[in-house]
Design a protein around this ligand. Structure first.
Ligand code: ADP
Ligand code: G6P
Length: 510
């Protein structure tokens, strides 16, 4: 996404009736090959989900622009106002890389890597959450709606309520919320729970997460809680599951473009016209199960179940959180393994794995999805996994097999995928073979069912169900259903005098 030139000086401070607060803004300050500053779409599913949703709404997005030091003044992005929060180098190290991504992230993903605990990180987490709450308090209109996102900002709802009790506050967690026995490891567990309870509605990807949260609130804070509502002070906080999604129609339209179809054909030729293409697209993260997948593939090559000339694997692995030690080690291990597999099984001009670490634009991703006979999405744990949904949306031809981990939130919604347990190496190999050898009829039936589901359950349906639960008065949902389908003019709704009567749990499964 090209966003330049930047505005000179700070834009005037205007207030919005809808404010989204996320650690990341939808654009990210990255360095171009010539060393110049370049603005790109930020990585990850949160931005991928929210950015198309908010386009052309008079909302404000409060977040961090990706660098260290003073906050750049940014122009509106697709009509959405950008309000930047500055992070110093210490904040980056201790809040973003430390508490958010070396304590909470591994802990919330089943501790597949060891979570680390440092008191300095917690201090930074509190400090940065306070700064986000203050920035939000400045830009939210009287009686407006604030929608706080994800694990970096769990204290913001409580801090913001103290500053601005007039606001309607929602919180949504994009990642899994762990079972009590894991969450109880956190030295500051009570504060984190209390922070989230500053919201009027706490949303999760899955009903199990809401259940874990209710159990913890009862155990740690001794508050009355069910899987739908929690009483705190004189308020009721509603909780529920709202599985996030994608702009299905947009991805389908992109994939259907003649130039994308032509690009897919060219990609297949460039890959040597193999009989079958397997694709994986991940942020380079230890939760994504990349190493386990490579091991399964390598064993299939060794046993002869898969042959390099027939089948190619394209692994896109975009580097992520590169200053965090666990991510550096992971990248080294993956690259060593890709090198080993290519050395052992590749031929001149025919690598076993095409390994790509570059960011791609949406059209190129759509072309890659169209070329993939099997899309392998096998995280060890994932809040949702939007890549799996993008793949299904892009298969306008009705073909393509989705190999999907049982441990991705998506699995509860797309049971027609070829489901595997990525911890079980033999099961992973069998699942990959089953997807590769499935009959076109079976593949087509499964894909049809998944596409029908995603056309109903897209990003707008997600926002509608969340915001209507947050806004009992119903004004927001009417706006969302407006002809252009945007959130246009949303949120000019006074907070209700009494808490909502019926909490919402919208979920397709487990
Ligand atoms: P996470 O949020 O953990 O990264 P998701 O699968 O939910 O996982 O979302 C990843 C998002 O990042 C998707 O929208 C996907 O299209 C995008 N993405 C992944 N790899 C790349 C890449 N190399 N270039 C551009 N976008 C990418
Ligand atoms: C996941 C998280 C998001 C995060 C994204 C990318 O999707 O839920 O909050 O923005 O990963 O990670 P990063 O650390 O680059 O923001």
């Amino acid at each position: 996404m090209a966003v330049s030139p930047l505005l000179i000086g700070m834009p005037e401070m205007r207030q919005s009736s809808l404010v989204v607060v996320a650690n990341r803004l939808p654009i990210d300050d990255s360095v171009a090959p010539d060393g110049a500053c370049e603005w790109r779409r930020s990585p990850g599913g949160l931005v991928g989900a929210l950015h198309p949703l908010l386009r052309h709404t008079p909302a404000t997005w409060v977040g961090w622009a990706g660098g260290a030091g003073s906050a750049p003044a940014l122009p509106d992005v697709d009509g959405v106002r950008m309000h930047t929060v500055a992070l110093s180098r210490d904040d980056l190290r201790d809040h973003y890389e430390g508490f958010s991504n070396a304590t909470l992230w591994p802990l919330y993903h089943d501790a597949v890597e060891q979570p680390q605990h440092h008191r300095r990180w917690w201090e930074a987490y509190q400090r940065v959450n306070q700064r986000f709450a203050e920035a939000t308090a400045e830009v939210a209109e009287q009686g407006g709606i604030v929608w706080v996102q994800d694990y970096h900002l769990q204290l913001v709802p409580g801090l913001l309520r103290a500053l601005r009790p007039d606001l309607r506050i929602g919180f949504f967690l994009h990642v899994p919320f762990p079972p009590p026995e894991l969450f109880m490891q956190l030295p500051r567990r009570a504060e984190l729970l209390r922070g989230m309870l500053g919201a009027d509605l706490v949303g999760f990807q899955r009903a199990q997460a809401a259940h874990n949260f209710a159990q913890l609130v009862t155990k740690v804070l001794e508050l009355p809680a069910t899987d739908r509502r929690i009483g705190i002070d004189d308020r009721v906080v509603r909780i529920g599951a709202f599985p996030v999604s994608i702009d299905t129609a947009e991805m389908a339209a992109l994939a259907a473009r003649p130039e994308v179809a032509a690009r897919a054909r060219r990609l297949r030729r460039d890959l040597g016209d193999p009989r079958q293409v397997i694709l994986s697209v991940d942020r380079m993260d230890y939760t994504k199960g990349i190493e386990q997948r490579l091991k399964a593939y390598s064993e299939l090559l060794a046993s002869g179940d898969v042959k390099v000339r027939d089948t190619v694997l394209v692994q896109v692995a975009m580097p992520s959180r590169e200053r965090v030690g666990q991510y550096q080690i992971l990248r080294e291990r993956i690259e060593r393994e890709v090198g080993r597999i290519n050395g052992e099984f590749g031929r001149v001009g025919e690598p076993a794995i095409h390994y790509l670490t570059q960011p791609f634009d949406r059209a190129e991703l759509a072309a890659l999805y169209r070329v993939a006979d099997v899309m392998a999405v096998t995280p060890l744990r994932d809040g949702m996994n939007l890549v799996a949904k993008e793949y299904v949306a892009a298969r306008v031809d009705g073909a393509g097999a989705l190999l999907l981990s049982e441990f991705a939130g998506t699995a509860a919604e797309l049971p027609e995928a070829y489901l595997v347990n990525p911890h079980d190496l033999e099961g992973l190999k069998q699942g990959l073979c089953a997807a590769l050898r499935a009959s076109p009829t079976d593949v087509g039936q499964r894909m049809r069912a998944m596409r029908a589901y995603l056309h109903q359950h897209d990003i707008r349906a997600w926002a509608r169900s969340y915001l209507s639960a947050l806004d009992e008065a119903g004004a927001l949902i009417n706006r969302l259903a407006s002809t252009d389908g945007t959130l246009d003019g949303a949120a000019r709704v006074p907070a209700p005098a009494t808490p909502a009567a019926s909490p919402a749990t919208h979920h397709a499964g487990g």
